[in-house]
Write a protein that binds this ligand. Sequence first.
Ligand code: AMP
Ligand code: MG
Length: 300
Amino acid sequence: MIHPMLDKAAALIREGRLVAFPTETVYGLGANALDPDAVRRIFEAKGRPSSSPLIVHVSSVAMARALAAEWPEQAEILAARHWPGPLTLVLPKQPQIPAEVTAGLPTVGLRMPAHPLALALIEAAGCPIAAPSANRFTELSPTTAEHVRRSLGSAVDLILDGGSTPVGIESTVLALTPRPLLLRPGMIGQDEIEALIGPVATFSSPIAGAHPAPGLHARHYSPRTPLILVRNGLLPAAGRGAYLKEGEAMPSEPAAYAAALYSTLHRLDEEGYDWIAVEEPPETPAWTGIRDRLRRAATP
Ligand code: AMP
Ligand code: MG
């Protein structure tokens, strides 16, 4: 038995209830992806607008293929290399995926998480699991069960505690049709994807025919304490705050920095500071996902 509450959690998913569970990125708030009422409960619990599509989690490539109306060669290549892992592929959906999951879009985001408990839950429930991060809308994503408890409390039927999530920021999201477009950077970099499938468009460097992405809210992933991005340690003159910099208060390597980021922000949020100043990480590809989250967390 991988976790004492696994059977209970799987039964709750089958009954249309909400279960928070760990993935390698952050904790997810899961429901049966094929049950529209269950999926609606996710939006209610989070206070999330129904215009924001959910990622559907699968436990095998076969399960993903069955939910996608098209499975291009690039999906095959990327899944073979990066699944299970923090890469979401957006593909045309099969009709069996309810409109609630995809915010009415004809496409669905699919991902096979690299976490034994997440995979065991999907297997035991016997259905794909739709799950956004297990926090109230716009708040910081949870990287521990305690973060979920604090944000959602009784709005979730069960929290499967699997310790801290190792990757620490949300998955890379890549649309594949009509052509590859990076919708959200993450710890699987654009360079790694391009090495496998060729050029990928981004919002900053669109290529002809690329489509815009829905469900991208600029402000997201925010602590309650104002977060400011700074350069060269230039801190606000007034107030009490904390200063985060890679290689000083934070790890110097991107993977370790990402793993520590949200838990650090959650902890600093409890300190009652006037501000959290974060030094802008280097403008290199390895930091792109982290820089994206920091920009969105920053107070405008
Ligand atoms: P979250 O679950 O909060 O980590 O966010 C999921 C993100 O995945 C959304 O904000 C979208 O950027 C993206 N996403 C999921 N499904 C789709 C889809 N069908 N089309 C475009 N983007 C999607
Ligand atoms: Mg989220």
